[in-house]
Design a protein around this ligand. Structure first.
Ligand code: HEC
Length: 200
């Protein structure tokens, strides 16, 4: 997946590493996105980008939630894991194409390690920031990070051992052996939608 923030960031790291003298360790920073600060006052153009990000998020959320709810009702949670596994990235790709943005889901406690945040969002995600964030990206792009609160329907797959059925737990662990996305409670911050909106 191409992420507009990656390339300039790599250059920055190389420049930083080259600038280090021999007494300082040359290991790159583990928390790169301190470079990315939230925009406090959005320009009119950024306001438009923000609206585009929210519209894309609403679309993806509605599509995911509709498929998940009907699948949970018809097939139960163990079979619905498939919706999250294959339909979530498909729907994200479809919304990205339709809306002309890049969109995905991420968290500080990941189930799928491929859902790690884009560089510009890493710190906000690690710090579990509960407010939406807006970050200026290269070429006048805007990165928007939108928190996702946990609902009670999510508990059957993201709750504690009493809320997740053993067969569901087994199905999750078979697909995601390193799963860290459990023990959430209703109302907790579960993770984020991240959206990258190019110049409009
Ligand atoms: C049927 C089980 C199931 C239910 C119910 C469920 N999820 Fe998930 N969730 C998953 C699976 C499986 C993944 C990994 C998807 C992937 O491979 O991208 C996932 C991934 C996620 C992610 C992406 C970050 C990560 O950990 O990989 C978020 C955010 C998320 N779920 C939020 C929610 C929310 C919010 C709800 C309730 C509205 C919910 N989920 C309900 C199974 C479920």
């Amino acid at each position: 997946m191409t992420r507009t923030a990656c390339f300039p960031f790599t250059i920055l790291l190389l420049v930083m590493a080259a600038g280090c003298n021999s007494t300082t360790p040359t290991a790159p920073s583990a928390r790169p996105s301190k470079e990315f600060r939230t925009v406090v006052e959005l320009t009119p153009a950024q306001q438009q980008q923000k609206q585009a990000a929210i519209a894309a998020k609403d679309k993806l959320f509605a599509a995911l939630f509709a498929e998940l709810t009907s699948s949970m009702a018809e097939d139960g949670p163990a079979k619905s894991i498939e919706v999250c596994k294959s339909r979530a990235p498909e729907l994200a790709r479809a919304v990205s194409e339709e809306s002309g943005v890049q969109i995905g889901r991420t968290s500080f406690q990941l189930r799928n390690p491929e859902n790690r945040p884009p560089n510009w969002a890493v710190d906000f995600v690690q710090d579990r920031i509960a407010e939406p964030q807006h970050v200026a990206l290269p070429d006048d792009g805007l990165g928007v990070l939108l928190p996702i609160p946990l609902k009670d329907t999510c508990l059957q797959c993201h709750g504690n051992d009493e809320q997740i059925l053993p067969e569901v737990k087994d199905a999750i662990l078979a697909l995601y052996p390193g799963d860290a996305a459990t023990d959430f409670a209703e109302g907790d911050l579960r993770g984020y939608f991240w959206v990258e909106v190019p110049r409009q």
